[in-house]
Every structure is written in C-alpha cells, then in structure tokens.
Design a protein around this ligand. Structure first.
Ligand SMILES: [Zn+2]
Length: 87
C-alpha cells in the first residue's frame, strides 16, 4: 500500500462521502503505472531503477488530483444532504 493512500483513508471515516468518492476515483480513474522489471503496479514514474509505463487510468489524474476531487465531492454531497433535509 502506498503511504499516501493509507493517509487518505485514515483522514476520512469509512463510509463517508469523501472516502467513497476517494476509493471510487482511485479504483476507476487514478493513473497507475507498471514496472517493466518486476511487473508491479506503482504510482511512481520509476521503479527498480527503470522508468515505468502507463498501465491504466487517466494519465494526469495522480494522487493529488484524486484527493482534490474526492474532497470536492464530499463537500457537494454534504451540501446536497443539508438541503435535502432542510438543515
Ligand atoms: Zn519494479
């Protein structure tokens, strides 16, 4: 597990809109790269002292972009819930 992902998960409670958006965005859209030496999927541009190749996801959608989008999504859901329940 990359350190940045566990940091994100621990920040938002499980089941919160942020955590749900984060896991969905991360799983479906976040750019992942593959090491050509050991074959592991990584988030870094290099692994095993070799450049990695793009494996899946949106190439420019890195960890920071996923963080930003999931926070925004959480905020939007919170506002919609507040409006729906008249809070
Ligand atoms: Zn490697």
């Amino acid at each position: 597990m990359p350190r940045s992902r566990s940091w994100r998960s621990s920040r938002s409670p499980p089941g919160s809109p942020e955590a749900l958006a984060d896991s969905w965005l991360g799983a479906a859209w976040q750019a992942m790269r593959r090491c050509t030496v050991c074959g592991r999927e990584v988030e870094r541009a290099a692994h095993c002292s070799r450049p990695t190749v793009h494996a899946r996801g949106v190439p420019w959608l890195g960890n920071d972009a996923v963080n930003l989008l999931s926070s925004a999504a959480g905020g939007i859901v919170a506002v919609l819930l507040a409006l729906a329940f008249g809070l």
